[in-house]
Structures are given as structure tokens and as C-alpha cells.
Design a protein around this ligand. Structure first.
Ligand code: ATP
Ligand code: MG
Length: 351
């Protein structure tokens, strides 16, 4: 069996360091590992429209931004197929067939959907398209016969739903679809990076993000005004590191060499944390260190992004070619699905 990756992002804004930690970094490593036969990376504009139907311009404008963020992070169009979801209509047809295999109550139980409905104040009026997006995500994954899906932790329920659909489909119509496996970041802090405001998730929709495209002074300003432990008022007070986003970001991004370069008086992150917990270490010092770490991590990404911004026509060509490749792959799976369901009448009738 071929090893295939499918993953993607909603073009609802530029990508942030939560995306980088939770998924993008892993993707680039997997892409470069040489272990995968195919890598598909999808800009999920159709999914983004499910909760932005009245703001199509927001989605449209961010398609190229997300593509630029991908290229900036090291997604290589020679190794990965980057495509636009709505340019692959086969995904919509698959979604329609899969919808018959899932109950309303099953979708209602999806914890990520529940949280997102609350976050968007959709309780009283959920667009049907938004409600069924976990099913369309199963279509995206299975259309490419993905065996691995590198994503953040919030996507676990989507992968569970997808596996259920695969098993149900195969049980009813015969072995046709491939069951995917989720690949979560091995670093626990990256599973769900909190927001600058201390909220559970850095999210485009919450506006609590450091964007991959932020300029150095913006990054610094955001970090210096970050939420920390609210009970750590005076320098000598003992502080909490658990759930303190400054330390979670350090868990996610700092490496031993950063200490040698920027904060040599501490051997490593454990030593810094111990001092903070004991008391006597001020937030400003920790934030300045975090700023140095983030600047070092993001500078090469921003430089590559500026380079691709000068080559927008090439970026558009990459998306056009990628979408054609993706269409072909999805069409082959759709053909198998229709054959398994025996709704390929004209082929069967040999006319
Ligand atoms: P939106 O608010 O529009 O849903 P988002 O910021 O949640 O945007 P998505 O496009 O929904 O971003 O998510 C894309 C990928 O990034 C998914 O794999 C998701 O798990 C991952 N991801 C998003 N936010 C984080 C985060 N804060 N920490 C870790 N991974 C994240
Ligand atoms: Mg999301």
C-alpha cells in the first residue's frame, strides 16, 4: 500500500505559530523524510465558506496568503501537491454519499464541532454546511487514499469520524476506502498551542495569534504584552508554569542552543522553570528570552515568504497544477466509490 499524506488549512486568515507547531513543521519533516509516496496539502476554501458564507472575499483573499505561508515554511511544490479544495468537485460528491452513513446525533456528539459552534455563537442557527463539515473532511481524506494525516489535537474527533465512515462504507459496499492514521506532534506543547491571551487555543477566529508573516517589531510587541500567571505580581512571588502560555511557547519552540546563545545563565528550560516557580524571576526576562527564540525561529520563514511574495504568478501556477493533480487522484477514488455502490450504471450496461 502506498503511504500518502493529506492535510490542510482553512483560508480564514494568515497562518500562525499554532499551525506551525501543530502541523506545518511536522508536514515539512514528513515531506522531506522520503518515506511518503505522495503528499497532498489542501487549502480548504470550501470548508472555510461553511462558516463564512457571507464573507467570501475573506476566504478568497486568504487562499494566496495560506499558499505563501506553506511555501515560506518549506513545503516544496516538487515534493508536495498543494491544491485548492473547491477546484476538486469530486470531494463534494463523495461528501453527499458519506452523509447517508452518519447520523445527526453522531455529528452532534463531536466535541470539536460543539466547541466551534459555541465559539461562533451558532447555537441557535448552525449552517447545515458547517454542521456536516466533519463528513466533508472524511471525503477530503479518503479521496486521496491518505494513510497519514498530520494535524493538531483538535482534529482527533474528525479522524475518528472519518474512520467510522471508512468502516461503514467498506462494510456496506465492500472494501474500497483506506483507513487513515492521525499523526499528532510528539511535543505535547504543540498539540494545542494556547493563544497570546491564555485562551486554550491560538486561533485565527479568536485573533490571539502570532502570525508567521508578522514583522519582528510586531512579534516583540505581542510577546511583551502576553498573558502570564496572573498571580505572579512581584518578581519575588512564586509563579506557575503550567498553563502559562509563555512557558508553553518555550516548551514548543526553545532548544538547548537557544539558552547558550540568549540566556547562558540557565542551563536549560527546566532550570528556568524552577527559578520561576521558586520566585525571583520576572516575566519581562522570560518574555525577552521567548522573543529571541521566536525571532530566531521565524526569521527564515519570513524571508522565504518575502521571496515568494515577489513571485505571485509562480504561486498561482503551483496552485493550478496542484489542483489538476488533485482532481485526477480524487476522480480515481470517486470512480471506485461509484463502482462499489453500483451506481456506475452506464459503465455496467456497457453502452
Ligand atoms: P479557524 O479559527 O478558522 O478554524 P484555525 O486557527 O483553527 O482557524 P484551521 O485552519 O482550522 O486553523 O486548522 C489547521 C490546522 O492547524 C489543523 O491541523 C489544526 O489542528 C492545526 N491548529 C490550528 N490551531 C492550532 C493550535 N493552536 N495548536 C496546534 N495546532 C493547531
Ligand atoms: Mg479550526
Amino acid at each position: 500500500m502506498q503511504k500518502i499524506i493529506l492535510t490542510g488549512d482553512r483560508p480564514t486568515g494568515k497562518l500562525h505559530v499554532g499551525h506551525y507547531a501543530g502541523s506545518l513543521k511536522e508536514r515539512v519533516e514528513l515531506q522531506n523524510s522520503g518515506e511518503y509516496d505522495k503528499v497532498f496539502i489542501m487549502i480548504a476554501d470550501a470548508q472555510a465558506l461553511t462558516d463564512n458564507a457571507e464573507h467570501p472575499e475573506k476566504v478568497r483573499e486568504n487562499v494566496l496568503e495560506v499558499a505563501l505561508d506553506y511555501l515560506a515554511c518549506g513545503i516544496d511544490p516538487k515534493k508536495s501537491t498543494i491544491f485548492i479544495q473547491s477546484a476538486v468537485p469530486q470531494l463534494t460528491e463523495l461528501t453527499a454519499y458519506y452523509m447517508n452513513l452518519v447520523t445527526v446525533s453522531r455529528v452532534q456528539r463531536n466535541p470539536t464541532v460543539k466547541t466551534e459552534i459555541k465559539m461562533r455563537n451558532f447555537e441557535a442557527s448552525i449552517p447545515v454546511g458547517f454542521f456536516v463539515y466533519p463528513i466533508s473532511q472524511a471525503a477530503d481524506i479518503t479521496a486521496f487514499r491518505a494513510t497519514a494525516v498530520p494535524v493538531g489535537e483538535d482534529q482527533l474527533p474528525m479522524l475518528e469520524q472519518c474512520k467510522e465512515i471508512v468502516n461503514k462504507f467498506n462494510a456496506v459496499y465492500g472494501e474500497t476506502l483506506t483507513e487513515p492514521e492521525i499523526i499528532l506532534p510528539s511535543n505535547k506543547a504543540c498539540l494545542r498551542l494556547p493563544g497570546l491571551d491564555g485562551k486554550a487555543k491560538m486561533s485565527k477566529s479568536l485573533g490571539n495569534c502570532i502570525y508567521l508573516s508578522d514583522e519582528p517589531d510586531v512579534i516583540k510587541q505581542k510577546i511583551m504584552s502576553m498573558y502570564t500567571d496572573p498571580d505572579h505580581i512581584r518578581v519575588q512571588d512564586p509563579g506557575k508554569v503550567e498553563g502559562n502560555p509563555v512557558f508553553v511557547y518555550l516548551d514548543a519552540f526553545s532548544r538547548p542552543e537557544h539558552f547558550a546563545e540568549f540566556l547562558p545563565e540557565y542551563e536549560n528550560l527546566d532550570a528556568l522553570k524552577a527559578h520561576y516557580q521558586r520566585g525571583g524571576l520576572g516575566d519581562v526576562k522570560v518574555k525577552k528570552f521567548l522573543n529571541n527564540v521566536m525571532q530566531a525561529e521565524l526569521a527564515p520563514i519570513r524571508e522565504r515568504r518575502h521571496m515568494w511574495e515577489q513571485r505571485l504568478d509562480d504561486v498561482k501556477q503551483i496552485l493550478k497544477q496542484g489542483s489538476a493533480t488533485a482532481r485526477e487522484a480524487a476522480a480515481a477514488t470517486l470512480h471506485d466509490v461509484r463502482a462499489a455502490m453500483q451506481i456506475n450504471y452506464f459503465e455496467n450496461w456497457h453502452i
